[in-house]
Design a protein around this ligand. Sequence first.
Ligand code: MN3
Length: 243
Amino acid sequence: MQFFSTSGVTRRGFMAGTAAATVVFASGASAQAPSGPFKLDALGYANNALEPHIDARTMEIHHGRHHAAYVTNLNNAVKDHSNVAAMPLQDILAKLGEMPEAVRTALRNNGGGHANHTMFWQIMAPGGGAPQGDIAAAITRDLGGLEKLQGDFNAAGLRVFGSGWVFVTAARDGKLALETKPNQDTPLMEGKRVLIGNDVWEHAYYLTYQNRRADYLKAWWSVVNWAKVGERYAAARNGTLTI
Ligand code: MN3
């Protein structure tokens, strides 16, 4: 099962329970503490802050293991390539074709994974809220309003076969667009900027929703941090949004 195979955690270890699993993770984390330019930022809220829409155990594993592994693997990929290690992540992703061939796939998967998840944690918060001001106007202008965006976004998320993401991108002129990507690919790979994105890999929802991806997509809107999305929109338009 994808959920377990991508985490590097055995099913037995996973099923052993919270306390044991925490010890395994803590010792693993210190043994492979990332040395390199890329860091795993702490969540800006508690693991259980997004309940009941996203459960605490999912957040703990998703951030503390899946995302952490992307960071570790990304640091490993750049450790013999100091010129790449010195680049901002968005530039690495926009110039994948120029990256050393030996690590290009690792940069794509783990660099994409790091960028996607860093964005994902940022644009969620308990309580959610509603779009205000410029971002609300842009959603109405370019995506037919919030209700239409949510319907189209959820439908696009359901059409992603296997693992991937649904995004809303923002161009420098402020125009919004909806798109999906497989695996850990990101619109950053085409030099675009991502406003929001939802992770439709099974590890993002399986513990609570199992095969009911549609229910997860619908519930996720309750935890979108619209104040943060508004900040990202302003930054995208003035050219300061990174990942
Ligand atoms: Mn994920």
